[in-house]
Structures are given as C-alpha cells and as structure tokens.
Design a protein around this ligand. Structure first.
Ligand code: ITT
Length: 199
C-alpha cells in the first residue's frame, strides 16, 4: 500500500520510512513541486491535519488519489515557559534553519544560566484516507535539554536533547535508541493500526 508523506523535512522522511517499512512511503515532492502550507493551527493536531489535507487536495486536483500522512511536531522546554512548542520550526524566525533554531535555544538557555532544563517532544500524525476521512494519533518523548551540542545523529534539536533513562544526547545515541523513546515512533505505532485498517 502506498502512502504519500506531506512533509519536506528529510529527518522526518527518514524516520517514517524506517518505521513504516511494510508500506511504500513516498514524499509528496515526487508528485508535485513542494509548496508553502500555512501552519496556522493552534495545536500540533490542527497543523498536522492542515498539512495532510492541503497535500491530499492538491494531489486530487492533479487526478492523483492516494492516502496522505503528515507529521506536526516540536519541542517544549520548561526554562523557556514550555516554548517553542508548535513554533519549533520557526523559533529563530520565519525562515530559520534547524541550525539557527538550535543555536538560538542554546543561547537562550545559556543566558538564563540553565545547565539543563526539562523538555519534551510532541508528534501529531494526521492521515487522510482515500474517502477523505481524517485520522490522528499522538506521541511524546520526555527528557531534558542542555546548552551544548553533542553529536550529529538525528535532526533538529536532537544534539541537545537527552531522553529520560539515558546519559547522552540523541545526537550521540544511535537511531535504534531514539526509536525506543521517540514521540514520532509512538504516534506512528498507532498510525500503523489505522493504516492496516483503511484502504
Ligand atoms: P514539515 O512541516 O514539512 O513536516 P517542518 O520541519 O517544518 O517540516 P514542523 O513544522 O512539524 O516540521 O516542525 C517541527 C520542528 O520540531 C522541526 O523543524 C524540528 O526542529 C523539531 N523536531 C520535531 N521532531 C523532532 C525530532 O524527532 N528531533 C529533533 N527535532 C525535532
């Protein structure tokens, strides 16, 4: 069964393909040129639905009818008043890179004098099936962030995030350890049940 991913984030594409091996996972950019999707929802769930529906509808306009899956995710940090939350991708500004966002967070933590702060990741997955039904699932990963980059594994904020139960960042820990705790994998486990029961 084919599933079109409504994301341009290569880190997400890699992790979703790795976990949903039983399906044929195709990024939407293989069908249509990537386009700006206004993520103006108030929650991860709302934004995941906006992304999945936007790509589903755009594909339908081209006569392509496929199941679409989107991921909206982010990190919430206690010392930052549980921000950036749904604004994680634009923490350092509208067109900020992952590197800019990471640097900004390190600087903010340093300026607060925090040597570490409790943090968690959230992932909301939205699926639009071929009958336009919408399904959502969610997952969380708890841990802390430190104001120092360690390792290059994972993506985004992973080089400063240490999951509960570990002593190293996700930048240092291998992929299979991230999978054990991952917010995205928890949401995808539930999404798998949905995907096995729709057509
Ligand atoms: P799409 O909207 O195209 O999917 P995006 O990167 O803009 O890509 P989001 O709006 O969902 O995605 O923003 C999520 C941000 O949160 C992302 O840019 C990362 O910086 C961060 N993030 C989410 N999950 C993460 C993970 O597993 N590891 C590290 N950072 C993560």
């Amino acid at each position: 069964m084919k599933i079109v991913l409504a994301t341009s984030n290569r880190g997400k594409i890699r992790e979703i393909q790795r976990f949903l091996k039983e399906f044929e996972i195709v990024p939407y950019s293989e069908y249509i040129p990537p386009f700006e999707i206004p993520e103006n929802g108030k929650t991860f769930q709302e934004n995941a639905i906006i992304k999945a529906k936007s790509v589903f509808e755009k594909l339908q306009q081209k006569g392509i009818s496929e199941i679409v899956l989107a991921d909206d995710s982010g990190i919430s940090v206690e010392a930052l008043g549980w921000k950036p939350n749904i604004c994680s991708a634009r923490y350092a500004g509208e067109n900020a890179s992952s590197e800019d966002n990471l640097e900004k967070m390190i600087q903010e933590l340093k300026s607060l004098g925090a040597t570490s702060s409790k943090a968690y990741y959230t992932a909301s997955i939205a699926i639009v099936d071929k009958n336009s039904n919408i399904w959502t699932t969610h997952g969380w990963m708890y841990g802390k962030v430190i104001p120092e980059k360690r390792g290059n594994n994972g993506f985004g904020y992973d080089p400063i995030f240490i999951p509960d139960g570990e002593n190293e960042t996700l930048g240092v820990l291998p992929n299979d350890i991230k999978e054990k705790y991952s917010h995205r994998v928890k949401a995808l486990k539930l999404a798998k049940i949905v995907l096995r029961n729709i057509d």
